[in-house]
Ligand binder design. Structure first.
Ligand code: AGP
Length: 619
């Protein structure tokens, strides 16, 4: 999966081990669970060392068991997708003759059929990764031609999916070759030495002169120079640029905070969670193959989660019920197991957890299993405890989420729930293939629509969030699928700006909360589409009038072209048109931006808010 692995390559006069390790250290912000390097030493031998765990584990291993150094090397930090974190699954991976090493960022979607082809030719494999298939293919092609660039061209033409690949062969010291498709790779230009990296942080301490490689291109670096060709072998011009970040900024990929970086990744978090799970407009979730009977037999779904993950579950409930007709309840994990719930083998308990380590959620999953329910984990962290405790797993592929405030994982969790709902809806015969395909198309359009919200509204939101810096409290209103988004917007604001905020169902306004409204009180309102839910739209407009009549400052999130909000809104944040169930994936983005903007305006650390931990591993 196009996770956020770290990649470093070096050729030049200097020993490469230290350069590779320090490059990987600057990429640690990307999050990872194993690390490794390969080096061609002075005797022309390819040496390899890789360890599960953090970079320090690899450093310690190299300190106690030194590996011969050399001036040609590649290094990698892996965020596990295919195959959990382990020494065997860590990169680099070797061709079967051990003379060629490969590192990879991304997913090779057709690796299973390629692996079958190679197994049929007698090749053997040491790991369960898709990467090793590329290593064996490259080794086979190099053995035939002796030309590593030509080998890359042949292999790259056969790979489907997204990848950045680097390789080197011990018979070609001083040469590292890379290829990219839908995954980052940049070149660092030194004096008599050259670098490759998944981003400039890999080499910014050595050079700020860089080249960006385009889609479907192959790069060969030697100490003397760099050549870039397309997959057909034609030379291409690449754009030089100077790296303007300093090394510390590069730790966050140039972003002011991890949260800013992760909000910017919301489109790809959705895209990557979909990737590899739609074929011919139909949802295919490989992790759930062979479980049709389980899904056909359930009579109830209970979603258990905490915080933001619970709000994702509240959004997912609407789609699950509409597309599967199975009753769905969403429960806070820490409440679930103390209420003596009525569950059994016809109950599917779906846990949602970015970290996969939240103790409240883990204990709820264990309780569910002890009481006979089937369990399915939606998780963003490969090999985490909650997935390991579950009968089934659907991983989100948001990539590592470092900021305490969950943003890209939230939209990825909703995406995973929608894929699950479509999958189960088809199994239970509730959705026709055409109906499912229509929802799939809507979902596939979401990444581009989120990108539009980021491009068109970010500056506007950051601007007015600054004039709200002294706000004492903010209210968030929403109806239907907008209600969980109101809750999420309030939580995001609370946890990083320390401002009291409350989200509630707009219909509740007259049942109490309207007493809170006084002149100047900021109120966010998530407005449903008038095209599809005229009655809900009309009711929310009247809610806006009620709070405006009492002096509230109203900020609305409404779809493009909805003019009914204009007379009553102090600020209008626009989202692209989308089917009602998909609007939450768009409406939440302005609220994430707003929380970040207000916290920044208050001079707070948006990544590490006070009192909070990224994963609450205690009850
Ligand atoms: C979200 O911004 C918060 N950091 C928190 O509510 C979080 O969603 C909750 O603790 C659940 O974490 P999990 O997804 O790792 O289980």
């Amino acid at each position: 999966m196009v996770a956020m692995c770290g990649i470093v390559g070096y050729v030049g006069p200097r020993p490469s081990q230290a350069i590779l390790i320090s490059g990987l250290a600057r990429l640690e912000y990307r999050g990872y669970d194993s690390a490794g390097i390969a080096v061609i030493d002075a005797d022309g031998h390819l040496g390899l060392r890789k360890r599960a765990g953090k970079l320090q584990v690899l450093r310690d291993d190299l300190a106690t068991h030194p590996m011969a150094d050399g001036t040609t090397g590649i290094g990698h930090t892996r965020w596990a997708t295919h195959g959990g974190p382990s020494d065997a699954n860590a990169h680099p991976h070797l061709a079967d003759d051990g003379k060629l090493a490969v590192i990879h960022n991304g997913i090779i979607e057709n690796f299973a059929e390629l692996k079958d082809e190679l197994l049929g030719q007698g090749f053997t494999f040491r790991s369960e990764t898709d990467t090793e298939v590329a290593a064996v293919l490259l080794g086979r092609e190099f053995a035939a031609s002796g030309d590593l660039v030509a080998a890359f061209r042949t292999v790259a033409a056969r790979l489907e999916g997204a990848f950045t690949l680097l390789a080197m062969h011990q018979e070609r010291p001083g040469l590292v070759v890379g290829a990219r498709r839908n995954s980052p790779l940049v070149i660092g230009l030194g004096e008599g030495e050259n670098f490759l990296g998944s981003d400039v942080a890999a080499f910014v301490e050595h050079t700020r002169n860089a080249l960006a490689i385009g889609q479907d291109q192959i790069v060969a670096i030697t100490p003397a120079g760099v050549s870039v060709t397309d997959f057909a072998g034609n030379a291409v011009d690449v754009e030089p640029f100077e790296v303007v970040w300093d090394a510390s900024a590069a730790e966050k990929g140039g972003w002011s905070s991890f949260m800013a970086k992760e909000v910017s990744e919301e489109p790809e978090a959705v895209a990557n969670t979909i990737r590899g799970r739609v074929h011919d407009d139909a949802v295919v979730i490989p992790e759930l193959s062979g479980m049709d009977e389980l899904f056909a037999g359930i009579h109830r779904i209970i979603i258990v989660a905490c915080g933001t993950a619970a709000y994702a579950g509240m959004v997912g409930k609407y789609a699950l019920e509409q597309w599967t007709r199975v009753p769905v309840d969403v429960e806070l994990a820490h409440e679930f197991r103390y209420r003596d719930p009525v569950i059994g083998e016809d109950t599917l308990v779906v846990s949602i957890s970015q970290s996969g380590e939240t103790m409240d959620t883990l204990m709820a999953v264990k309780y569910a299993r002890e009481h006979g329910a089937k369990t399915l984990s939606i998780c963003n962290t490969q090999g985490a405890t909650i997935p390991r405790e579950s009968d089934a797993i659907v991983y989100t592929h948001a990539g590592p989420e470092v900021a305490v405030a969950s943003t890209k994982a939230f939209v990825a969790q909703i995406t995973a729930l929608y894929l699950l709902a479509l999958h189960v809806g088809r199994i239970r015969g509730v959705l026709s293939a055409a109906e499912s395909a229509a929802h799939v198309h809507e979902l596939q359009g979401i990444p581009g629509k989120i990108s539009r919200v980021l491009a068109e509204e970010q500056a506007h939101i950051e601007q007015f969030s600054h004039w709200m810096a002294d706000t004492q409290s903010v209210l968030f209103l929403g109806r239907h699928v907008g209600y969980p988004i109101a809750l999420e917007g309030a939580l995001k604001l609370k946890e990083i700006s320390y401002i009291h905020a409350e989200g509630f169902a707009a219909g509740e306004l007259k049942h109490g909360p309207i007493a809170l409204i006084e002149p100047g009180q900021p109120v966010f309102v998530i407005v449903p589409s008038p095209r599809e839910s005229a009655e809900l739209h009309r009711k929310v407009i009247s809610n806006i009038q009620e709070v405006r009549a009492r002096g509230a400052r109203v900020i609305v999130v409404a779809e493009e072209g909805d003019a009914a909000v204009l007379p009553f809104a102090d600020e209008v944040l626009r989202i692209p048109l989308a089917a009602p169930l998909f609007e939450p994936l768009l409406a939440v983005v302005p609220l994430h931006i707003f929380a970040m903007g207000l916290a920044t305006a208050k001079g707070l650390d948006v990544d590490q808010p006070r009192n909070l931990a990224k994963s609450v591993t205690v009850e």
